[in-house]
Design a binder for this molecule. Structure first.
Ligand code: PEP
Ligand code: MN
Length: 265
């Protein structure tokens, strides 16, 4: 199984090559203005793929659930205006047909890693799937979940380590840097690190991003918002614009020390 990492095209960006890809954007898309402002800034700072939740699976049923289908048109416009390809979470197989021309890759969230009927249906599409690790998923179960997609014929699976639950309550999750190195050594899937959910603590995002890059991750997924304290979801782990700029600056020397560089479009 282990060999050279597959290169997977997500819209206009390749994941899994030598260049390190930064995916950035808000946890949730809140309005056209908010998404456009964030997308423009992350692109100017060097991100080459855009994230933004439209369907949010929240612990509290009365919390903001995302703009859902109200975000489709504005997301398409922002993508087009900014020139970045876009990925977003799918929470139900009934969303596939609507999302087909909105996203360039489907994101499967941590809570759905074991949703084998969703994975099977995504395997019947030809769009890349970013498969997050379940917060209680072993690496074996995560790779098993990826097989539900590839078995149907869709080989375009990108794994995403987003932290697992532990007994320690100082951080929301524990980012498993072992998993990054393990996936690189034992599988052909590209692996993206999500230190925003992996730590759940804003000021840990930069150090853990650097650790993931040093361990061989193919890229990062980072939550960014113009005013994290006002974000409708996950503000506590979200970087503001100057913090995101610091992250991008700190990545450069780290990547060059391992003969890599940031991807450009
Ligand atoms: C997200 O990326 O906003 C998200 C909900 O992540 P996870 O599925 O890893 O919790
Ligand atoms: Mn989030």
């Amino acid at each position: 199984m282990a060999g050279k990492t597959q290169q997977i095209k997500v819209g206009n960006q390749v994941i899994g090559g030598n260049d390190f890809v930064v995916i950035a954007g808000p946890c949730s898309i809140e309005s056209k203005e908010h998404f456009l402002e964030t997308a423009t800034e992350v692109k100017n700072q060097g991100a080459t793929l855009l994230r933004g939740g439209m369907f949010k699976l929240r612990t509290d049923a009365s919390s903001f659930q995302g703009l859902r289908s109200d975000a489709f048109q504005l997301a398409k416009e922002v993508k087009q205006e900014v020139g970045l390809s876009f990925l977003s979470e799918i929470t139900d197989p009934r969303q596939i047909s609507d999302l087909m021309d909105v996203v360039d890759a489907f994101q499967v969230g941590s809570r759905n890693m074991y949703n084998y009927s969703l994975l099977t249906e995504l395997g019947q599409t030809d769009k890349p799937v970013l498969l997050k690790r379940g917060f209680s998923g072993t690496i074996k179960e995560w790779l098993g979940a990826a097989e539900y997609i590839t078995k149907e014929g869709n080989e375009k699976v990108i794994l995403c380590e987003r932290g697992i639950r532990s007994f320690d309550s100082n951080t929301r999750n524990v980012f498993d840097v072992n998993a990054i190195a393990f996936i690189k050594a034992n599988s052909d899937f590209p692996v993206i690190a999500d230190p925003s959910h992996g730590t759940g603590v804003r000021n840990l995002v930069i150090p853990i991003s650097l650790a993931a890059a040093a361990a061989g991750a193919d890229g990062l997924m980072i939550e960014v918002h113009p005013h994290p304290d006002q974000a409708l979801s996950d503000g506590f782990q979200t970087l503001n614009f100057p913090e995101f700029s610091n992250l991008m600056k700190s990545l450069k020397p780290l990547l060059s020390s391992v003969n890599r560089k940031l991807a450009v479009l």
